[in-house]
Each structure stands twice: as structure tokens, then as C-alpha cells.
Design a protein around this ligand. Sequence first.
Ligand code: SF4
Length: 301
Amino acid sequence: MSSALLNSKDIKAQALSLGFANCGFAKAEPVAESFAKRFRHWLELGLYGEMDYLERNVEMRLKPDLLVPGVKTIVSLAMNFMPENHQSGISLYAQGQDYHDVMRSRMTQLMQECGLEGRCFVDTAPVLERYWAWRSGIGVLTQSGLVSVPGYGPTVFLGELFLTQEADHYDAPLPDSLPEEEGWTKLCPALTPEGLDARLCLSYQTIEHRGPLSEEIQLKRTFYGCDRCMRATPQFAESKPTEEAAFQPSEALLKMTPNDWEELTEEQYRSLFKGSAVKRAKYDGLKRNIERWLKSRESKS
Ligand code: SF4
């Protein structure tokens, strides 16, 4: 293992040249107590719904060296996903190829090109990614709990490198990067003073929840995910189309009409969503959502 300090300036420049919107460095210290306390309280209240995996490895989520022994530096990376056009039934982030694959491959490239030692994570390990994005100064936390990157808004994917090397410079959180407490809970019942109540969140219900949707759930805008609070944050005005071809929807997806969705076969589903994050909902889950979406749209008129 090399003992030279990582040149943060060079690594950031390389990250930007690989298409990342921002890159920041944080020391791999335990998560700040105020955040850890809030996270534990959120878990105690059961606001995570059926996402039981969040209850496991809590200490690992709060102490990076339990996840990667010897970790010294956490590099946060953001990539713009805002598509040029979109299919309105599907959340903006899921219009193109699965971000896990795109981000992981680009992060692996960055590690190889810069001789970085450690591991990379994209939403698949016990990592408080929004905390690290805030801590490493790549963005501000919005009132709905998203991370907004200056110049790109909240339409960004996040990833982290847990490196066993020390860096020559560490970033501080951006000024005013914590949201004001007031106002945001009025937008949606899922936004509570204690944090997001996943059980009431349409994004969670349409993607993570298995089994029938409860009768009260109305899907008037989208049938996969929900962009309402993201679009409502003032920083959404900063979002601009990505140059990343992988995050653009296919022509076939753009052409789908409500009638086509109603008749979606499993074969069409496989072809439309090959390599897409939408597959997380599975065919049956997507059909369940589409059915409710069509019903909710009818009741709107
Ligand atoms: S994603 Fe939609 S349902 Fe979930 S908190 Fe935001 S506005 Fe509410």
C-alpha cells in the first residue's frame, strides 16, 4: 500500500473529466452524533417500512471502519441524471440504464486511473450516502432530505469511495448546507419532522413494497417512483439535462401511451427495461402500479 498522500485536486479533476458533476473528500470518521441520533430515532419509530436491511448493520453504517477496515478517506461523487426527455409515468432517475452499473463502472475507472485503494459503493452497502455527500461538501441537504449539487440541483446519483489512503486535503460542508426545519412537512404526509416515513411514500410503495397497494394510495402522476418533493425543492431550478447517454430513455419508452401501459406484456416489459432500474419492481409490481395509476387518473377527471 502506498503511503503518499492522495492528491485531491488531481483526483477531482479526473472525476470531472470522467463525467461526474462533483467530487469531495471527507475524513473517514464516525458519522456526526447529531445525524447518528436522528438516524437511530428514525429506525426506532419504524419509519423504514419493510426495508428491514436498514435495521441491520446500524453500527457499520455509522462507523466507516467497520465496513472497510483501515479506511482513511471517503470520496463522494455525484453524477447528473436529468434526462433530456422523459416518459411521464416513470421517475426521472429511472428513465435510462441502471445507475448502479453506470456509476460503478465509472468509479472503478477513476480508482484505476488514479491508483486508488479501497472499495466503491453505489447504494448497495450500509453507507449513509447523503450524509457523506453533505460532509464532503459536494452538495446541500434539501428540505425533503435529498442532496442538491450546486449547478445541477437534486437530480444526481451519489456514490462513495472508501479509501485506505489519506488525502492531502479534506473538504468542509458547504455554507448553509443544512435545510431550514420549517415548511417542508406540508408538502407530503410522508415528510415528517422525524424524517421520511417510507410507509407513506409513493416512491417506496411503488418500488420496494411487495404485495397489493393499500386502497388509499393514489398514483396520479407516476407509476414508478415519485418526483414530487424533488421537483418542489427550490434547487430543482438548477437541474439541467445530463450529457450521459446512458440516462436518456429509449425511443420505445418515450412512445408508450397509457393504453400501451395497460396492455404491457411480460415480454415487452423485459425488452423495454433491459438493464434498467425499473426491474426492481418486477413485472407483477409494475403491472400492479400501472393498474392503480390508470384508476387514479380516471378518478381525477
Ligand atoms: S417521493 Fe413523493 S411520496 Fe415520497 S416523500 Fe417525496 S413527495 Fe412524498
